[in-house]
Design a protein around this ligand. Structure first.
Ligand code: GTP
Ligand code: MG
Ligand code: ZN
Length: 335
């Protein structure tokens, strides 16, 4: 068997759909490389480039994941398990929110943090503009919490707004769609692909909540010429990754991301009189002063604190896992 590399285009339970040059094939993880190992290994996700032993008659064997240029991770709800990688090697993170009850500034702040952390560039995509009558109020909020981040209001029904995103859809570029269930990620992907590739779902209009229609992540090649709903034509050629809706995004590694998305808060904290200020009752606290005079939004401060707690929790958990592994390894060495 010969060693080659391929890109992961879909993940189904334990089977991986791979693309090698123009050829589609399936792969499975090599047990000794991923399970019976004494290291914390990265499991492949969509967008990953993997090394594999090709099997022309059946599933190929995936040997390892090559280093990633970007990755989007979230905390694994199962204790003792490594973080979950949702997608890898993308250039742009399309933070998808619909222009209705799904829109929350604190949610946007969270997504921005993990997007900056991932190594990709965030772009904010506000969906269902055809159903929205006061887009300006949403746009104002976006510009306030994400100054300098590009955004577009789009409709996958009428094709409005996609031309503003053309620069992210070109050859050699990969984008990943992230957002809650029902916001229209798969509808967006279908509009760009010009075909009903992904199943889309109805939403419960009562609470505007989605139903989790998409159950696995998948990567598609965008056609060179995109014919949008409504008839407009724009250029494509890149790749798009659709993902299942995220219920609550709990951060794991987020330190660098927080530095970018909460730059204003961290800058304030540096101005406190005491370098170890707890921002509670200390004299000369710049945070308390900013909360008092309204320059720092209380909700924004709350989100920041919440995310810092999550980040600390995730770090502690990671350290614990590493310690356990070390113990296991030193025990093995004794025999
Ligand atoms: N009017 C309107 N409806 C839309 C638009 N985009 C999506 N929808 C509708 O919103 C519902 C949910 O869309 P999906 O594309 O399945 O949402 P999703 O984000 O992929 O959801 P999950 O797969 O559950 O994460 C469907 O009924 C779509 O028809 C839009 O731009 N305008
Ligand atoms: Mg979907
Ligand atoms: Zn302080």
């Amino acid at each position: 068997m010969e060693c080659k590399t391929a890109t992961v285009v879909a993940v189904h339970r334990e089977r991986y759909e791979l693309l090698m040059e123009e050829k589609n094939l399936y792969g499975k993880l090599k047990t000794s490389a991923f399970y019976n190992t004494m290291e914390i290994v990265e499991f492949p996700t969509v967008g990953d480039v993997v090394e594999l032993a090709e099997n022309p008659t059946g599933d190929s064997m995936i040997l390892k994941v090559l280093p990633r240029k970007s990755v989007f991770k979230r905390l694994n709800a199962t204790p003792g398990q490594p973080d979950l990688a949702l997608a890898a090697n993308f250039d742009y993170v399309f933070i998808t929110m619909s222009l209705n009850k799904d829109f929350h500034v604190s949610k946007l702040e969270r997504y921005l943090t993990v997007a900056w952390q991932s190594g990709g560039t965030p772009v904010i995509v506000l969906t269902k503009v055809d159903l929205c009558e006061d887009r300006e109020t949403y746009v104002e909020q976006v510009m306030r919490v994400a100054p300098g981040v590009d955004f577009a209001c789009v409709s996958s029904v009428t094709g409005e707004g996609f031309e503003k995103l053309e620069k992210y859809l070109g050859a050699g570029k990969t984008l990943v769609l992230l957002g809650s269930s029902g916001v229209g990620k798969s509808s967006f992907a279908n509009a760009v692909l010009g075909r009903e590739e992904m199943l889309t779902g109805g939403i419960r209009e009562a609470d505007a909540q989605g139903r989790h229609t998409t159950t696995y992540k998948q990567c598609f090649l965008i056609p060179k010429v995109i014919r949008l709903p409504g008839g407009n034509v724009i250029k494509g050629g890149g790749r798009i990754i659709d993902t299942p809706g995220i219920r609550k995004l709990i951060v794991s590694e987020a330190e660098q991301g927080m530095q970018v998305s909460f730059e204003d808060v961290e800058e304030l904290a540096r101005q406190c009189r005491f370098s170890d200020c707890g921002h509670k009752t200390e004299p000369g606290c710049a945070i308390l002063a900013a909360l008092e005079d309204g320059t720092l939004d209380r909700k924004r401060w709350h989100t920041y604190q919440e995310m810092q707690r999550e980040e600390r929790f995730a770090t502690e958990r990671r350290k614990l896992m590493e310690k356990r592994l070390e113990k296991k390894m030193s025990k093995r060495k004794k025999y």
